[in-house]
Each structure stands twice: as structure tokens, then as C-alpha cells.
Design a protein around this ligand. Structure first.
Ligand code: PLP
Length: 384
């Protein structure tokens, strides 16, 4: 336990979240007495099938769509891969339109498609990280198979105009598959799925106080994807393989809990996040915010502590028990910055930290985080 002392203040919910104890309680029976295979026809199997379908209804309800549109996967990465690789298989040499802020689950899959003869156009963003719907529409060509834009960014929290992009794309190019990465946004901001302009959307359980290694892919009714995996007939053949029963039960429960008071949770996280930002500004000079002050996830604060090297700052705060992420893709002494920070115009390491809260975050944690940063930043600026 020595690496967890002093007491941990966890402001890294963008990376993952603690499983809610109620989710653990919901999962436990499916490890032990209710362990049946959901495909078995005896009572134990049927009980597991009911649990999977109950979870599907919970996720459908959280998304605001019919449960039949939900396919369980091993997480956000697999959900995005299924959507993109399905489109790759369906069209020879497909063209992709993606934003400069996409997660590697999208960018690396597109890069793989390019090795097979596909191509892509990467849409830049403004300095606050917002994608322009005009730019997306302008990039669409006759050979475009997929437009993939994330709902909210994992590093800087910027929320994209997905509703406008989807609506206009469906008019201009109805055959293009519109894929949305909603891994960070799910339950934290409304998803415009009722308008049916989004074809595929990915979510992940471990960002919403559910277990790791499980997620889901929403597919609009008219959308069919070729299976990328062969095996049994589970999950409508889109994702064959014995279901991750306990994980699926956990995701269903987590989705229900996270949407039971989503607005209240968002309001509380926003108030704490704003208190964190005000407190840091009162205590420290030369700070700036990455991303859009208005169009941003309620739990996200991406701050440049100018004059600090991010790896040293991260190390100093970690020694004091504060867990955060670098906005930059920093390895040990590296000062290279992430593609997301480059896309919004940063040229070099600006001492960026991503501070992300969750619905369990408290004012006490925020106040202690301010103290730790107020102590660590001057040291990092001095180089020790
Ligand atoms: N997309 C975004 C925006 C993410 O933040 C993540 C995870 O960090 C993923 C996709 C991948 O999700 P998973 O960890 O469930 O594979």
C-alpha cells in the first residue's frame, strides 16, 4: 500500500473512475450463484440472459434509445473499432473524415485503413478545440465512407456541435456513416440520438463508475455492420463470444445510476471544477485554461502551469498524494506534447495538467488539491 500514501486525492476521472459500491453489489451474484452462460437454455442460463437484457434496457434508457440498438463490447476502443472496421470492410479504399482531437481508437484504426489503400482528411479545430460543421461538410467526398467526430474530448473537455454536424451530414451525404465517440460525454452531457442522424456511437463503463473492460456500441436501426469477428451468434453476430456477464450487469447498473440525477451531478461537478479553477488562479500566477470555457465537460479542467515541466510537476503532486494526468503525452523526462494540445496551438510543454472530477468529488478534495498545487508549482518552476 506504500504507493497509495499519503492519502490519495483522485482528480483523474477522465482516465477511469472508482466502481460505485452499488455497481459492485449488482455484479457480485453473477460471479457466484448466478454464473450461467446467457446462451444456455436451463434456468441458470435464462437468469443470466435476463440479466444481460435488463442491462441492455438500462443502457438503452440511459442513451434514450431502444434497447435493441445496443451491442455490448469490451469497451470504447472495441466499439469504435467495430464501427470503423465494419465500414472499411464494406467499401473498397474508403475515405475517412476525422477531427484532429480523436482518440487513438479512431486515429490508429484510420491509419490501419490507410495501409490498405484508404485515405483520410483530418479536420483542424479552433484554439478552444471546437470543430466547425462547415469544415466537416467541406471535407466530405464521393468516396467518403465515415465521418468520425468525438462528442467531448478526453484531454481538454471540449464538446463538439455533434447535433449540427449529424443533421447537415445526413442531408448532404446520407450514405456516409457518422460515428461518434461518446466515451467521455456519456451521462455527462445530452447525446442527440433521438434525431437519428448519428449512425454509431461508442460508450465505456469505466468512465461512469462501472467496471473496466466493458462498453457498448449504439447502432441506428437502418445501420448494418459486417461482423469483424467470427464465432457464436452472440450480440447479433456483431460481437460474437460469450458475454462478459458481470461486466455487462455492472455497466447497466452504472448507466442507470449515472443518469438518475445527471443534471444534478453535472451542476455539482461544475461548481467544484469552477472552485478549483478560481482557487488556483487566486494562489498562482501565469496560468491558462485549455479548451472552451463554455462548451466543456462539467468535470474537466485542463490547465497550463506556465514555466513548469509537466513530468516534474506531475511527480511533485503525486508525492503529495494528488493523482492527475498530464494533458501532454509525457514519458518520464519527455517534453513532447500531445496531438490534442498541438491541435489547439500549443507549441511546447506548458506544464499542462488535466484535472478531472467525478460525481463523488468533494470540496475538501478540491481545497487540498489547490494547496498541493500551490506548493508544487513554484518548486516545479524552480526546477526541483
Ligand atoms: N475514446 C475516448 C475519448 C476515451 O477517453 C477513451 C478512454 O480513455 C476511449 C475512447 C477508449 O475507451 P476504453 O478505455 O473503454 O477502451
Amino acid at each position: 500500500m506504500s504507493d497509495l500514501t499519503p492519502p490519495l486525492i483522485y482528480l483523474d476521472s477522465g482516465a477511469t473512475t472508482r466502481v460505485d459500491p452499488r455497481v459492485v453489489d449488482a455484479m457480485l451474484p453473477y460471479f457466484t450463484e448466478s454464473f450461467g452462460n446467457p446462451s444456455s437454455s436451463h434456468p441458470l442460463g435464462l437468469r443470466s440472459r435476463r440479466a444481460v437484457e435488463h442491462a441492455r434496457a438500462q443502457v438503452g434508457s440511459a442513451l434514450g434509445v431502444d434497447a435493441s440498438r445496443v451491442t455490448f463490447t469490451s469497451g470504447g476502443t472495441e466499439a469504435l473499432n467495430l464501427a470503423l472496421r465494419g465500414a472499411i470492410a464494406a467499401k473498397a479504399k474508403p475515405h475517412f473524415v476525422v477531427s484532429a482531437l480523436e482518440h487513438p481508437a479512431v486515429t490508429d484504426t484510420v491509419a490501419w485503413a490507410e495501409t490498405l489503400g484508404g485515405s483520410s482528411t483530418v479536420i483542424g479545430v479552433d484554439e478552444s478545440g471546437v470543430v466547425s460543421a462547415d469544415d466537416v461538410l467541406d471535407a466530405v467526398r464521393p468516396d467518403t465512407a465515415v465521418v468520425a467526430i468525438m462528442m467531448a474530448n478526453n484531454e481538454i473537455g471540449t464538446i463538439q456541435p455533434i447535433e449540427e454536424i449529424g443533421r447537415r451530414l445526413k442531408i448532404a451525404a446520407p450514405d456516409v456513416l457518422f460515428v461518434v465517440d461518446a466515451v467521455q460525454a456519456f451521462t455527462k452531457c445530452p447525446l442527440p440520438l433521438r434525431a437519428e442522424s448519428i449512425d454509431a456511437l461508442a460508450i465505456s463503463s469505466h468512465k461512469i463508475h462501472g467496471p473496466k473492460g466493458v462498453g457498448a456500441l449504439y447502432l441506428r436501426e437502418a445501420v448494418t455492420l459486417p461482423s469483424m469477428q467470427t464465432g457464436g451468434g452472440q450480440e447479433g453476430r456483431i460481437r460474437p463470444g460469450t458475454e462478459n456477464l458481470t461486466g455487462i450487469v455492472g455497466l447497466g447498473c452504472a448507466a442507470e445510476l449515472a443518469t438518475s440525477d445527471a443534471q444534478g451531478d453535472a451542476d455539482r461537478m461544475r461548481a467544484l471544477r469552477d472552485a478549483l479553477w478560481s482557487g488556483l488562479q487566486e494562489r498562482l500566477p501565469e496560468l491558462s485554461l485549455n479548451g472552451c470555457p463554455e462548451r466543456r465537460l462539467a468535470n474537466n479542467l485542463s490547465v497550463n502551469f506556465h514555466g513548469c515541466a509537466t513530468p516534474l510537476l506531475k511527480e511533485l503532486v503525486a508525492e503529495s498524494g494528488l493523482a492527475v494526468s498530464a494533458g501532454a503525452a509525457c514519458h518520464a523526462a519527455s517534453t513532447s506534447i500531445s496531438a490534442v494540445l498541438r491541435a489547439i496551438g500549443l507549441q511546447r510543454d506548458e506544464g499542462t495538467l488535466r484535472l478531472t472530477l467525478c460525481r463523488h468529488s468533494t470540496l475538501d478534495e478540491v481545497e487540498r488539491a489547490i494547496e498541493i498545487l500551490a506548493d508544487a508549482v513554484p518548486k516545479a518552476r524552480r526546477g526541483h
